[in-house]
Design a protein around this ligand. Structure first.
Ligand code: NAD
Ligand code: UFG
Length: 349
């Protein structure tokens, strides 16, 4: 039997490169399309080292319709894992056109070409940010999703809407071969492949907690600013649901399988990918100190605007329907982050 071929958009990036490893190890063939706007091809060279398998990298932008058409003409694609997108919340507030252009328009071009080639299975990288600021700290999929507070988050909510509309159109036209789409709402991905060969390689000074703390631990940055010490949480600092990137990509493989489960009959459905448990900033710092044996220099400063005090996933739906749950704990996440960071203090550079 020939292997099913998966198109991975944004496959050279942090999560996409881990997805490539998981797909290759599970026996899929992989074609990556990436414009390397936030990544390096070296990540995929390392994917080959880890798996001992090859993949195809097409250097192109998903907004380039001709390039996508060539990919679908040349390769018999079974399904698309759609990771390509810009993801910096603060940057999206000052460059909204760029974010909507890249994320929303890029997805429109991609889905248009998929439809032309009758490839209608997609796993989309959404985000817990689509929930905005609900009145609860435990987010379940039945909460409304119109509260994103920044252009990045809004672009994810808009894409979710577009994908739902594609599915509705199939119902209206009684399409014989309808779209089958899973929207995966990630909580806070961290960690790296156990080999230490691939991991998160942010450009410049990191905006997110985990890459920042690990760069303090490795001595590249002097001090972490903890944004807010007076939240109504366990110790006053922000609480988030951290999920190991390897668990996260296993959720994508589970989603791919679920599309073939006729009892689920998925047309367009959202699932949370999270652990269902939150950790505070101070708990993350303590875990880094425990695992690395280093002291993390930090200072509590003003709250960061747009942050909520606490959130974590209700991961029950993914367990019931995708048969997926996280397997790794906080120490695993920190150990793997640290192995990547200490072996590659300058990332892929
Ligand atoms: P990343 O920046 O490491 O990877 C994204 C990849 O997409 C990069 O390789 C980049 O070069 C590529 N890309 C961007 N725009 C492109 C375009 N127009 N055409 C072709 N390639 C393009 O980010 P990541 O952390 O791996 O995130 C992957 C996806 O998951 C993104 O859609 C992101 O919004 C989403 N997500 C990430 C997080 C997180 O905290 N990392 C949380 C929730 C959701
Ligand atoms: N934090 C600090 N100092 C820092 C960075 C972060 O104290 O230097 C705190 C934040 O205030 C927050 C926690 O650490 O309490 C986590 O912050 P991150 O920036 O790491 O993550 P967010 O929860 O703000 O957002 C992340 C991604 C979004 C995504 C969201 C939900 O950045 O893209 O998770 O998936 F939408």
């Amino acid at each position: 039997m020939t292997a099913q071929k998966i198109l991975v958009t944004g496959g050279a990036g942090y999560i996409g490169s881990h997805a490539c490893v998981a797909l290759l190890e599970a026996g899929y063939d992989v074609v990556v399309v990436d414009n390397l706007s936030n990544s390096r091809a070296e990540s995929l060279a390392r994917v080959k080292t880890i798996t001992g398998k090859t993949l195809t990298l097409v250097l192109a932008d998903i907004r380039d319709k001709q390039a996508l058409t060539e990919i679908f003409s040349e390769h018999k694609i079974y399904a698309v894992m759609h990771f390509a997108g810009l993801k910096a919340v603060g940057e999206s507030c000052v460059q909204p056109i760029r974010y909507y252009q890249n994320n929303v328009y890029g997805t429109l071009v991609l889905t248009e070409v998929m439809q032309e080639f009758a490839v209608k299975k997609m796993i989309f990288s959404s985000s817990a940010t689509v929930y905005g600021e609900p009145d609860t700290v435990k987010y379940s999929e039945d909460l409304p999703v119109f509260g994103a507070t920044n252009p990045y988050g809004k672009s994810k909510a808009m894409i979710e809407d577009i994908l739902r509309d594609l599915s509705t159109a199939d119902v209206l036209t009684k399409a014989s071969h309808p779209w089958e789409i899973i929207l995966l709402r990630y909580f806070n991905p961290m960690g790296a492949h156990q080999s230490g060969l691939i991991g998160e390689d942010p450009n410049g000074i990191p905006n997110n907690l985990v890459p920042y703390v690990s760069q303090v631990a490795v001595g590249k940055l002097a001090q972490l600013s903890v944004f807010g010490g007076d939240y109504p949480t366990i110790d006053g600092t922000g609480v988030r649901d951290y999920i190991h990137v390897v668990d996260l990509v296993k959720g994508h493989l589970a989603a791919l399988k679920a599309l073939d489960d006729s009892s689920l009959n998925i047309r367009c459905k959202a699932y949370n990918l999270g652990a269902g448990k939150g950790y505070s900033v101070l708990q993350i710092i303590a875990a880094f100190e425990r695992v690395t044996g280093k002291t993390i220099n930090y200072k509590i400063v003003e709250r960061r605007s747009g942050d909520v005090a606490e959130n974590y996933a209700d991961p029950g739906l993914a367990l019931r329907e995708l048969n997926w749950k996280t397997e790794k704990n906080l120490d695993d996440m920190v150990e793997d982050t640290w192995r990547w960071q200490s072996q590659n203090p300058n990332g892929y550079h």
